[in-house]
Design a protein around this ligand. Structure first.
Ligand SMILES: C[S@@+](CC[C@H](N)C(=O)[O-])C[C@H]1O[C@@H](n2cnc3c(N)ncnc32)[C@H](O)[C@@H]1O
Length: 262
């Protein structure tokens, strides 16, 4: 496990945790240069991105697909807690277009500060990479992401109805505001990827104790049973208990898991 600082001197430094070996990092750096210097013409490049997806990235995408398939006949919206660059938001939009293009009720909502962790707590342990501001994004990134998500929506029917929303700010505050303003909310799929305790606990309480999930709702987790990020498991243990629902693991990924409300 190592700490990675991304970006060069001109860009803002962004700290994230990496489990990669030094050799893997240098191999990927070289591979990135092949991506940046790709000879495929512009008109064909976006339909050939599979060339650059490694096993790890592809398995994460397949897991999101797996979760989506489980909620096709469950009424309600999709919420991602911890969006960052927003790949899952884009994937969910494409899955909606593929599997239920006329379900304009399947809103996709993403919560994030878009400036990294706003606070951490004692429950998050004392690893050096868990600190205020880690996992941030570049300035005004959410504006760029809005444009990307608009594009994906336009690739499917009923695009005149906006079906995605990014909620910027500290989710420990924003979740209450969102649910107060949208009291009709049923959550079919919630994906928890804040990494840390305070927002995971608060948002789990808000959606479960607040009565916003139904039988069949799927709740996914990115870091359960993860030593480096103990806060997510702790939040689940305190809100639901670990033995109330079967915690199913993703067969292609060591960390990701989910429960189904029964
Ligand atoms: C690991 S990243 C999410 C990655 C993303 N789900 C993905 O799959 O690419 C964790 C995110 O949680 C966000 N976050 C952490 N605490 C938060 C809080 N209290 N309110 C809003 N966002 C928070 C961070 O800003 C960061 O973008």
């Amino acid at each position: 496990m190592r700490r990675m600082e991304q970006g060069d001197a001109k860009k803002k430094k962004i700290e994230v945790l990496s489990y990669s070996k030094t050799e893997e990092v240098s191999m990927r750096k070289k591979f990135l240069s092949y991506f940046k210097n790709c000879p495929i013409p512009d008109e064909e490049i976006l339909s050939n991105l599979g060339l650059f997806l490694n096993r790890q990235t592809l398995s994460r995408m397949l897991f999101m697909h797996e979760l989506y398939k489980q909620i096709i006949n469950v009424h309600g919206i999709i919420v991602e807690f911890g969006v960052r660059w927003g790949q899952n938001q884009a994937l969910f939009s494409s899955f909606r277009g593929m599997y239920e293009p006329y379900n304009y009720n399947r809103k996709i909502v993403g919560f994030d500060t878009f400036s990294g962790y706003p606070e951490v707590s004692d429950e998050d342990g004392n690893n050096e990479f868990i600190k205020k501001g880690a996992y941030s994004v570049t300035e005004n990134y959410e504006e760029y992401l809005e444009v990307i998500l608009d594009y994906h929506e336009k690739e499917s029917p009923i695009s005149h109805i906006k079906k995605h929303e990014l909620v910027k700010g500290d989710a420990t505050v924003e979740i209450k505001r969102y649910l107060d303003e949208n009291p009709e909310t049923i959550i079919a799929l919630a994906y928890f990827d804040f990494d840390i305790y305070p927002p995971t606990k608060k948002c789990l309480e808000a959606i479960i104790e607040g009565g916003h999930v139904t039988k069949g709702s799927v709740i996914g987790f990115d870091e359960l049973n993860c030593h480096e990020f103990p806060g997510e498991t702790r939040a689940l243990r305190e809100v639901l208990g670990l033995d109330k629902y079967k915690i199913r693991r993703d067969v292609s990924n060591p960390l990701t898991s989910y429960i189904v409300i029964e």
